[in-house]
Ligand binder design. Structure first.
Ligand code: ATP
Ligand code: MG
Length: 446
């Protein structure tokens, strides 16, 4: 993409309405624009990152054997009356009446709809296990939407639902989700720690929240600092193996890590050596639940079991806050000059800064680089504006592309350009071909 042909409305001033750094940077980098309280338009740069996060979530869910689909945003109140949640859900649910006077709602979550699909089409235990998921917009009429996309009213969520014959099988689905979530967050360059949580309005005995540690997080968390040394890394886990998934769960959840809702000060003191007892703030970027037969009982979702009798299915639901993740990643990865995107989610693979637009040699070298990077499957953002170098650098630093290639007449006389890491600030001179190869190598791992 050439910057002169792109739409990147960066702001010079720091917007006064934004209280936390991720919100400020998303506004300044021209990623989002508020449409109304807690509701945002995703401008091209923000939309690109949103799509990349979504793509990682899809790939990892499909890898785990979960099946993508799409349910609508608007739902009928009927199903929610069946489950009893139409009244229980409270004011966060946006209720709508259509022209025929029918009660509708903008879905805050989808347990009812998916259970209705299940009971209409699945009849036998032989069709289990089954996990369906979608990535769809949700609406929750939060009392105090704030912090930009972190606590929106309209937000994008991945929500998945498992259907299993018994508790044991459903707990394997739970573990599978935990593994796939660990992989997903790490691919986004994030450490998200599974912590024991509270069931909330959705209910449930088994639940973990995934938290990214950040001062601006809304949750208070307590954990054994040894947990921050755990890395999922590049391991190959067989998602069909009960024992392999269980082992990952045990590894990542056996140390003390809880949100304030389930925190037990006595247990914390007894279990964790004092030097490792940490309390901090965290951003919830996902949650997994096993809730047994709660919805299948209420809505009659049964299958014919192995002995011929009908039994209610065991279910769980599993969510990832796709749009909130943009804010969480920026909270975890920025400096005073702007965003620093992890390679896994960056909107463009690198920036090309032409120090002397209009100089024949510099222009030609940039064009060649641009073509070369594209030919290797990368997408550069070429700053081809007739701006001074300082302004171009400031824009690149603000929008946070992890790599920048700087091209100028002086370097070109020696046949070199400069490759700079946004994270470390370190630069290296090399030929344009070498810079292209280096980036291809770096991105091959993402
Ligand atoms: P919270 O406690 O932050 O209100 P929740 O526990 O009610 O969230 P879940 O039902 O677990 O949310 O939804 C799954 C994920 O969706 C959450 O882990 C979070 O990342 C994201 N999410 C929930 N509410 C919002 C919101 N208002 N804006 C953006 N993302 C949200
Ligand atoms: Mg939650």
């Amino acid at each position: 993409m050439r910057l002169t042909r792109y739409f990147l409305p960066v702001l010079k001033e720091t917007p006064s309405e934004a209280q936390i750094v991720s919100h400020r940077l998303m506004l300044r980098a021209g990623m989002i624009k508020q449409a109304s309280a807690g509701i945002y338009s995703w401008l091209p740069l923000g939309f690109k990152v949103l799509r990349r996060i979504e793509q990682i979530v899809h790939e990892e869910q499909i890898r785990a054997g979960h099946i993508p689909m799409l349910m609508p945003t608007l739902q009928s109140a009927e199903l929610w009356r069946e489950s009893g949640r139409y009244d229980d859900y409270g004011q966060e649910m946006l209720r709508i009446t259509d022209r025929h006077g029918r009660d509708m709602l903008y879905g805050p979550t989808n347990e009812e709809l998916i259970t209705d699909i299940f009971r209409a089409h699945v009849n036998s235990y032989k069709d289990l296990p089954l996990t369906l998921y979608h990535i769809q917009w949700k609406f929750r009429d939060e009392v105090r939407p704030r912090f930009g996309v972190m606590r929106g009213r309209e937000f994008l969520m991945k929500d998945g639902y498992n259907f299993d014959l018994d508790k044991e099988a459903a707990l394997h689905a739970y573990n599978r989700h935990l593994v796939s979530y660990l992989r997903s967050y790490e691919r986004m360059g994030l450490q998200a720690i599974p912590m024991r949580a509270d069931g909330g309005p959705i209910g449930g005995d088994y639940t973990h929240e995934f938290l990214v540690l950040a001062e601006t997080g809304e949750s208070e968390v307590f954990y054994d600092s040894a947990i921050t040394d755990l890395k999922f890394g590049d391991r190959a886990v067989d998602y069909d193996s009960v024992s392999e998934c269980q082992a990952v769960l045990e590894e990542f959840t056996s140390r003390y890590a809880r949100t304030d809702e389930t925190h037990d000060a006595e247990l914390f003191a007894a279990q964790v050596p004092e030097a490792r007892q940490k309390s901090a703030r965290g951003i919830e970027v996902g949650q997994i639940f096993y809730f047994g037969t709660k919805y299948s009982d209420a809505m009659g979702a049964t299958v014919v079991g192995p002995d011929g009798a009908r039994v209610p299915v065991h279910m769980g639901s599993h969510g990832i806050g796709v749009s909130r993740l943009l804010g969480a990643i920026i909270e975890a990865s920025h400096d005073e000059r702007g965003i620093i995107w992890p390679e896994g989610v960056t909107p463009f693979h690198c920036g090309i800064v032409n120090l002397k637009q209009g100089d024949a040699a510099a222009d030609a070298a940039c064009e060649a680089l641009y073509a070369g990077l594209n030919a290797k499957g990368m997408e550069p953002l070429y700053d081809d504006r007739s701006e001074r170098a300082g302004a171009k650098f400031a824009t690149m630093d603000l929008i946070g592309l992890p790599w920048r290639i700087t091209v100028g007449p002086r370097g070109l006389e020696k046949g070199v350009v400069e490759l700079t890491s946004r994270r470390t600030g370190e630069s290296e001179e090399m030929t344009p071909e070498a810079a292209t190869d280096r980036l291809a190598q770096i991105y091959a791992a993402h």
